[in-house]
Design a protein around this ligand. Structure first.
Ligand code: ADP
Ligand code: MG
Length: 345
C-alpha cells in the first residue's frame, strides 16, 4: 500500500497536498472544524478527518484512522506553535515525515541557540542581562509569536522604560522576566533560505528563498525620520506576508555552508538529524556577513510563494518543484525502495 500524505488544515497544507497529488500520492486532510468549505474549494484532499483543535492529533481515534490510511504526517508551523511537543514525540503513533524530535529545539529558544551554535553559523550575540546592553539589541518576549511586543533598546535605561510599557500592555506576566531573550540587533537585509536535506541522496538542496514582510518594522521606512521621532515609533515584528528573494550569487557559498552545518549539528544533537525541509532565518549585514537568529525544522510558509517552483528549484529540476512536491517525492521514493524508516520518525 502506497503511503498517503496527511497534514493539518493551515499554514502550507494546500501546497503539501498539491505536491502529494502531483507525485501520485493520496492525501488526508486533518481539517479544523469550520474550515471544510475552504479546503473543498481546492479539491486537493482525498480524505478528510475533522478535528476541533490541533491537540486532537493525540486522540487514539484520529491516530488509528491515520494508520489505517497508511498516512505519513507532514508537520508544519501550526503543529509546532501548539506546544505539547513532548507528548507528541512520545505518544503520536503514525509516521511523521522528518525528525519529530527537532520541533522542541525549534520551540525552545535556549535549545534553538544551542543547535545554531553547534552548526557553526554566526549567531547574533546573546546579552545575559539588561545591565549589559551597550548597543542596539532586540528584546524577545517568552511565548510571543510573530514578534508581538518585541522591541529594540540601546541601553539599560531604554530597556527598563520599554519593558514597563510592555508590562502595561499585559504582554509579560510576573515571573516571566527571566525568560526574556535579549540579543544583539543586526542591521541588514533579512533572508530565509528554504533548504531540503534528503537522507536518500545525502544532499542539501536550496529550493527557494523569501523574506518576510513584517509590520511595522518594514513599513517604517515610508515615514520620514523626523515624523518617526515625533510620533515616537517603536518597530514591531508581526509577519504579514512573504515576498520572493533571489540572492547575489556570491552569497550562495555561505548559504550552503550554513545549511550543511545545520544538518551536521542536528545529527550530533538531535538524532537522527534534520530530514527534509528546514529554514534558517538570517540577516545579511553591510559587509555581506550572514547572521542566523532562528531556524525552523520543517516546511516554512514562505515556500507557499513557490507552488510552481522557484528560480532555485528550477536549476535542479526540469519540472516545477515546490517544497510540498519535494517532500512527496522523498516519501514516494523511500516507499518504493523500502526506506521509510530513513525519512520518518
Ligand atoms: N538579532 C536580530 N537582529 C535583527 N532583527 C532580528 C533579530 N532577531 C530577530 N529579528 C527580527 O525580529 C523578527 C522576529 O524574531 P524571531 O527571533 O524570528 O522570533 P519569532 O519568530 O519567534 O517571533 C524576525 O523575523 C526579524 O525580523
Ligand atoms: Mg522567527
Amino acid at each position: 500500500m502506497r503511503p498517503a500524505v496527511a497534514t493539518i488544515s493551515s499554514h502550507s497544507a494546500l501546497q503539501i497536498m498539491k505536491g502529494a497529488k502531483t507525485e501520485g500520492l493520496e492525501t488526508v486532510l486533518l481539517c479544523l472544524k469550520g474550515r471544510e468549505g475552504l479546503y473543498e474549494r481546492f479539491g486537493l484532499a482525498d480524505k478528510v478527518i475533522t478535528i476541533s483543535a490541533v491537540e486532537d492529533l493525540m486522540k487514539k481515534e484520529v491516530q488509528r484512522r491515520l494508520i489505517g490510511e497508511n498516512a505519513v504526517l507532514v508537520p508544519h508551523g501550526t503543529l509546532i506553535s501548539g506546544g505539547g511537543l513532548e507528548e507528541f514525540e512520545r505518544e503520536f503513533e503514525p509516521r511523521v515525515f522528518g525528525n519529530r524530535f527537532i520541533f522542541r529545539w525549534e520551540y525552545d529558544r535556549v535549545l534553538k541557540d544551542r543547535l545554531l551554535l553547534e552548526a557553526g553559523v554566526n549567531v547574533p550575540k546573546r546579552i545575559a542581562s539588561p545591565g549589559e546592553i551597550k548597543g542596539p539589541v532586540i528584546v524577545k518576549l517568552p511565548g510571543a509569536e510573530g514578534g508581538r511586543g518585541y522591541f529594540i533598546a540601546d541601553s539599560p535605561q531604554d530597556y527598563a522604560k520599554k519593558m514597563k510599557a510592555v508590562r502595561g500592555r499585559g504582554l509579560l506576566r510576573d515571573g516571566e522576566e527571566e525568560d526574556v531573550f535579549i540579543q544583539e540587533y543586526i542591521i541588514g537585509v533579512s533572508l530565509y533560505p528554504h533548504y531540503f536535506f534528503s537522507p536518500l541522496t545525502g544532499k542539501v538542496e536550496l529550493l527557494g528563498c523569501d523574506r518576510r514582510y513584517e509590520t511595522s518594522v518594514d513599513g517604517i521606512g515610508r515615514i520620514s525620520a523626523k515624523d518617526q521621532l515625533e510620533i515616537g515609533l517603536t518597530p514591531t515584528f508581526r509577519v504579514i506576508g512573504n515576498s520572493p528573494l533571489v540572492l547575489r550569487e556570491s552569497l550562495l557559498m555561505d548559504i550552503f555552508r550554513d545549511g550543511e552545518g545545520f544538518v551536521e549539528a542536528s545529527k550530533r544533537l538531535v538524532k537522527p538529524g534534520a530530514i527534509g525541509p528546514y529554514c534558517l532565518e538570517m540577516i545579511c549585514d553591510e559587509s555581506g556577513k550572514l547572521y542566523t537568529f532562528e531556524f525552523s525544522g520543517r516546511i516554512v510558509a514562505g515556500t507557499n510563494l513557490f507552488v510552481n517552483g522557484s528560480p532555485y528549484s528550477d536549476l535542479i529540476y526540469d519540472e516545477p518543484m515546490s517544497m510540498g512536491r519535494r517532500i512527496a517525492r522523498e516519501i514516494r521514493k523511500a516507499a518504493e525502495s523500502g526506506e521509510m524508516d530513513r525519512i520518518t520518525t
